[in-house]
Design a protein around this ligand. Structure first.
Ligand code: NAI
Ligand SMILES: O=C(O)/C=C/C=C(\O)C(=O)O
Length: 484
């Protein structure tokens, strides 16, 4: 079977990498190479920067209504190609095609439509003063910005970054993950079909060392919006420290799930399983530390284990599949290594704990059974380090204070979910938990207007709604005092 050959999208054209270097792209469900992805280099970066700089004045000055229409055309085209994109995402990432359809691709179109509409409603602030003065804030686009996205929600997070950047009048160099380049490649063809002006969006493929690092430190780049691992976020911060760029870093998580005895039991079991294992646990928001009030601990853990055993593991392209492959062999090895570590740390595997060998086309795929581990201390590495896979732990607590202490005992601070019918308790804990997002009796219920991001090692800055739109502008305050 011939390999799909991916190109960069620069200045409105689909171009091979200047020096002809490519990476192999694997299908996680089969372990086979099925595409070749440009390993872009300095020459590609400079061509893209030149194109983005040349396009900037025209795009920045284009009336908002026209920019909005360009973006809406893109959202429409994602919707028109929904099934093709969902299948491509499932094949490239290993996620179930049903998830790709209902979540990833749906959300990719919604991201673009949301910011396309948002830009027509955006207004800057003004602040009147008593001594006959008024401040108003100018919010101009920054120029050329970088959007770097990861492999777990490929088109979903790619569009979540480029949409506000473009909406606010910036031109963009976007770098999708080299591990999952396929939907960004298909998207570049939609940009041409939509008539997006040349150079407004440029998509460079390749690895972090080859193109991600050079992109972030290029002096023409005014801001970087990054989602990925905390270690990479730190590298970007360090590499650009002397350059004073705007940075938005959405990094890892080790998210607590707090289950109280008064929760809606059946619904909580179902939703806690979803929060731990959706996308094979490869979402930065997944609840991987599950704390359960002692009086229901045994019953809840039994029910959760049963629920997880029912997950249909299979070929990501099969619409019946609920749980697919991990994204790469390296990542599978990392996850299996953490399961070994958990055993060494004294944990008991309640379900899963091993690689799964499927038959037929998926015999060599990267499948790991959804895994629940009990009997570990809160302080052990399994409970402190981000695994980013289908592994969660269960622990008991005796009261709200202990639950809070355990939940906050982490270097990370991204998301938390609370499951209780006591709304006073939920309000109290929501205020005291050190995470950027708190879900009460729900998980991953997303309103695109809300601030999204984490504390501590989970990142800095917030995405979403006005936070993202303002991030992609330079604010300038003008203060006028007037006389009689
Ligand atoms: N959203 C999240 O929270 C994510 C967390 N992770 C975590 O990170 C771990 C490592 O996964 P990776 O794929 O290696 O994530 P990563 O952080 O290396 O990759 C994310 C993006 O950053 C780019 N990148 C890598 N090094 C860069 C650099 N020096 N400068 C600029 N861009 C760079 C990558 O090419 C990719 O597009 C995972 O096991 C997981 O724990 C990974 C992906 C998403
Ligand atoms: O914006 C969202 O709804 C979800 C974002 C998820 C991530 O950033 C992630 O998993 O990396």
């Amino acid at each position: 079977m011939s390999l799909i050959v991916i190109h960069n999208y620069i200045n409105g054209e689909l171009l091979p990498p200047a020096d002809g270097e490519y990476l192999d792209t694997y299908e996680p469900a089969t372990g086979q190479v099925y595409a070749r992805t440009p390993e872009s280099g300095a020459a590609d970066l400079q061509t893209a920067i030149d194109a983005a700089q040349a396009a900037f004045p025209g795009w920045a000055q284009m009336p908002g209504e026209h920019k909005s229409q360009c973006l809406i055309r893109l959202a429409d085209l994602i919707e028109a190609n929904h099934d093709q994109l969902a299948e491509a995402e499932a094949r490239d990432n290993g996620k179930p095609v049903t998830l790709a359809r209902n979540v990833d691709i749906y959300r990719a179109a919604a991201n673009i439509r949301f910011f396309a509409q948002g830009l027509t409603q955006f207004s800057s602030e003004s602040h009147g003063m008593e001594n006959r003065a008024i401040n108003f804030t100018l919010r101009d686009p920054l120029g050329v910005v970088a959007c770097i996205s990861p492999w777990n929600l490929p088109l979903y997070l790619f569009t979540w970054k480029i949409a506000p950047a473009l909406a606010m009048g910036n031109t963009v160099i976007a770098k999708p993950s080299e591990i999952t380049p396929m939907t960004a490649w298909l998207f570049s063809r939609l940009c041409i079909e939509a008539g997006l002006p040349a150079g407004v969006l440029n998509i460079l493929h390749g690895s972090g060392p080859a193109i991600g690092g050079p992109l972030t430190t290029h002096p023409a780049i005014k801001a970087i919006s990054f989602t990925g691992g905390s270690a990479t976020g730190t590298l970007i911060k360090q590499a650009t420290a002397h350059q004073h760029k705007k940075l938005s870093l959405e990094l890892g998580g080790k998210n607590p799930t707090l289950v109280f005895a008064d929760c809606d039991f059946d619904r909580t079991v179902e939703q806690v399983a979803r929060s731990a294992f959706a996308n094979q646990g490869q979402i930065c928001l997944c609840g991987s530390r599950i704390y359960i009030e002692r009086s229901i601990y045994d019953r809840f853990v039994d029910a959760l284990t049963e629920q997880v055993k029912q997950l249909k593991i299979g070929d990501p392209l099969d619409p019946q599949t609920q749980f697919g492959a991990l994204v790469s062999e390296d990542h599978m090895r990392k996850v299996l290594g953490y399961i070994d570590l958990a055993r060494q740390e004294g944990g008991t595997v309640l379900t899963g704990g091993k690689q799964i060998r499927l038959e037929g086309r998926c015999a060599d795929g990267y499948f790991v059974a959804p895994t629940i581990i009990a009997g570990l201390s809160n302080q052990c590495r399994t409970n402190q380090e981000e695994i980013f896979g289908p592994v969660c732990t269960v622990q008991a607590f005796d009261n709200d204070d202990e639950a809070l202490l355990m939940a906050n005992d982490s270097d990370y601070g991204l998301a938390c979910s609370l499951w209780s019918r006591d709304i006073n308790r939920c309000h109290r804990l929501a205020q005291q938990i050190n995470t950027g997002i708190v879900w009460i009796n729900c998980w991953l219920l997303r309103d695109l207007r809300t601030p999204f991001g984490g504390m501590k090692a989970s990142g800095s800055g917030r995405e979403g709604g006005l936070e993202a739109m303002r991030f992609f502008t330079e604010a300038k305050n003008v203060c006028i005092q007037y006389n009689d």
